[in-house]
Write a protein that binds this ligand. Structure first.
Ligand SMILES: CC(=O)SCCNC(=O)CCNC(=O)[C@H](O)C(C)(C)COP(=O)(O)OP(=O)(O)OC[C@H]1O[C@@H](n2cnc3c(N)ncnc32)[C@H](O)[C@@H]1OP(=O)(O)O
Ligand SMILES: CC(C)C(=O)C(=O)O
Length: 557
């Protein structure tokens, strides 16, 4: 027996903010994004990225349109250091992109960080130290004042080092690391101390980044923390308030969204949420959430499959098939009622109108997904989905009554197969069920003549070595054939449903004819295909009779 015992865990404190403003706000525009894939993402990998992988990911981040990219922790390893040098020395940083590097507020590491940046046109130096209660008490064994001293000395050193490189345009960022576990008044105190050194103004701002290093509360509490901080910090107008959320409780995206409502200007995160433990905030999801609300995310994510491939290649981590927007299955419906609604909405959609398709929050085509994946068939599927696949892939536009008839065959097959039934298998089942009914009568030659508005039909039926010559009459050739078959089989036959269409647009297209007959009180479906529409109709009738009555019964007739 383990010690599974919830009493070991204290509840997170809430924030007293009775006049909180964020719940009534709406997201109106994209925040300023910063990708931390090459730093926070990289530091969490089983095998940190090689130089080649970093290069590949860098190119992808630039292609997506990130303007701020944290490229590493240059004081941590020669790999990180060399990567920064490579970007600078080989002129790989586009004019509108600013690189960012992370350093702890430690003298030796700050010096090395600046050395790595020599010659860069513009850079963000991101300095942090831990501020939470648990870090102060258990890791650093320091009072608040000691922690403020670390932050302040780090800030001073950053300022001094920057002065040595006057040709570079510097932007400074400070993170009270573990902000989510820091008392709010202390978070404000330590940030104010840093900003007293940097003296940011609206013209020369500084970034203050408020990380949920560990996600410890519900997103509304994080939003309260951000709003409280924004109201109490000094020099708010000179600050770019940034968020950096992790996903320990599975709410990193929600926390960042609410944090922006609460007043933040900027969001750090990674593609697909790679990062420490449960990951960083997933920028793809947050950006696509904005997109799905009609807001320009200011990131290009239309080549989603390529982005996924790059992330996989660089992190060696899979992307979950149900990952929001990106996963292989997120635009796929297996269940019958969803398929039915999607099929109907897609059929009725008007490109001039806003997107309105049940179960599809965005048009999959926007991110390079085809409609091929939208409806897939298994034992949970219904007639609508099966009909959709038959029409989309094979041109058969089944009337509703035939959809109902055919779905039973697919359902039985799916249950026996215990898996997905792909499009070719559905076509095979359709042919086996209606077009290749073995052992039945087949249509031979026939002659139609018309007198006094009545069609007379003479037709040969063949089966094995047997041949029968039948005659019938009626109002139209279909009625005449039903009449002939009724005489031949001795059964009561009534034509209930009839529908037809061409199988393709070309002049020599085959026609398909769908038939429902009432035979001795029971309804039976048939399908006929031929280059000739009359023959397709007769084949359809014969198919329904062969399927219903069986060749023995007919033979006996
Ligand atoms: C939440 C985040 O993601 S923050 C970013 C975390 N990222 C990383 O750590 C990845 C890169 N890190 C590294 O490569 C290394 O940890 C380094 C280079 C930063 C430091 O390595 P080391 O010097 O070997 O120290 P190590 O990481 O083992 O331990 C931290 C030490 O620094 C001390 N320390 C931490 N912050 C500070 C600070 N701001 N000032 C002074 N000392 C500090 C700790 O108390 C500890 O000291 P101790 O060894 O006397 O107990
Ligand atoms: C350095 C900070 C921003 C960080 O990575 C975190 O707190 O998760």
């Amino acid at each position: 027996m383990g010690k599974f015992d919830h009493r070991r865990y204290p509840a997170f404190p809430t924030v007293s903010l009775p006049d909180r403003q964020w719940p009534d706000r709406r997201l109106q525009r994209a925040p300023r994004w910063c990708s931390v894939d090459l730093r926070d993402g990289n530091q969490a990998l089983i095998e940190p990225m090689t130089a080649q992988q970093k290069s590949l990911l860098w190119d992808q981040l630039v292609k997506i349109g990130f303007r701020e990219i944290e490229v590493g922790f240059p004081s941590a390893s020669s790999h990180d250091y060399n990567f920064v040098r490579d970007l600078i020395e080989n002129d790989r940083i586009p004019a509108d992109v600013t690189i960012q590097v992370l350093t702890p507020a430690r003298e030796d590491l700050i010096e090395k960080t600046f050395a790595a940046l020599e010659g860069v046109h513009r850079a963000i130096v991101h300095v942090y130290n831990s501020t939470s209660t648990v870090q102060r008490e258990r890791v650093f064994a320091m009072e608040r004042s000691g922690i403020v001293d670390i932050a302040r000395s780090g800030a001073r050193l950053v300022l001094d080092c920057a002065a040595r490189y006057p040709d570079t345009e510097w932007l400074f960022e400070y993170s009270p690391e573990s902000f989510s576990g820091t008392e709010l008044d202390f978070a404000v105190e330590v940030c104010d101390a840093v900003m007293d050194v940097w003296e940011p103004t609206p013209e020369k701002p500084a970034i203050v980044n408020l990380p949920a290093t560990v996600e410890m509360s519900t997103p509304n509490v994080y939003a309260d923390q951000i709003e409280w901080f924004c109201r109490h910090v000094r020099r708010r107008e000179g600050l770019i308030v940034s968020l950096h959320t992790h996903n320990d409780r599975g709410c990193a995206v929600a926390a960042a969204e609410l944090g922006v409502l609460a007043g933040a200007d900027r969001v750090e995160g990674t593609l697909m949420g790679n990062g420490e433990r449960t990951g960083n905030m997933d920028i793809v999801t947050m950006a696509m959430n904005l997109y799905s609300q009609g807001i320009d995310p200011e990131l290009q994510l239309g080549h989603m499959d390529e982005i996924i491939q790059t992330v996989r290649d660089c992190t060696q981590l899979p992307v979950h098939p149900r990952h929001p927007y990106a996963g292989e299955l997120v635009f796929t419906a297996f269940s019958g009622s969803h398929q039915d609604a999607i099929k109907k909405c897609l059929a009725r959609r008007d490109d001039a109108e806003p997107w309105q398709v049940a179960y599809l929050p965005i048009d999959p085509a926007d991110i390079g997904r085809s409609y091929q994946e939208v409806i897939r068939i298994n034992s949970q599927s219904g007639k609508g989905g099966i009909a959709y696949v038959l029409q989309r892939d094979h041109g058969y536009d089944l009337p509703r009554w035939l959809q109902i008839d055919f779905s039973a065959a697919v359902q039985a097959h799916a249950e026996a197969a215990e898996g997905e039934v792909d499009s070719e298998a559905i076509l095979g089942l359709f042919r086996d069920t209606y077009l290749n009914v073995s052992g039945g009568w087949t249509l031979g030659d026939y002659q139609i003549s018309r007198a006094a508005a009545v069609d007379q039909l003479q037709v040969i039926l063949a089966r094995g070595g047997q041949r029968h010559s039948l005659t019938g009459s009626g109002n139209g050739v279909v009625a005449a054939f039903v009449d002939a078959m009724q005489r031949f089989t001795g059964r009561q036959l009534v034509l209930v449903e009839y529908s037809e269409h061409a199988l393709s647009q070309s002049a020599d297209a085959e026609a398909v004819c769908y038939i429902q007959l009432n035979i001795d009180g029971g309804r039976h479906c048939g399908v006929g295909v031929s280059h000739d529409i009359v023959q397709a109709s007769l084949n359809g009738i014969l198919c329904a009779i062969n399927r219903a009555v069986g060749q023995d019964a007919i033979a006996a007739a």
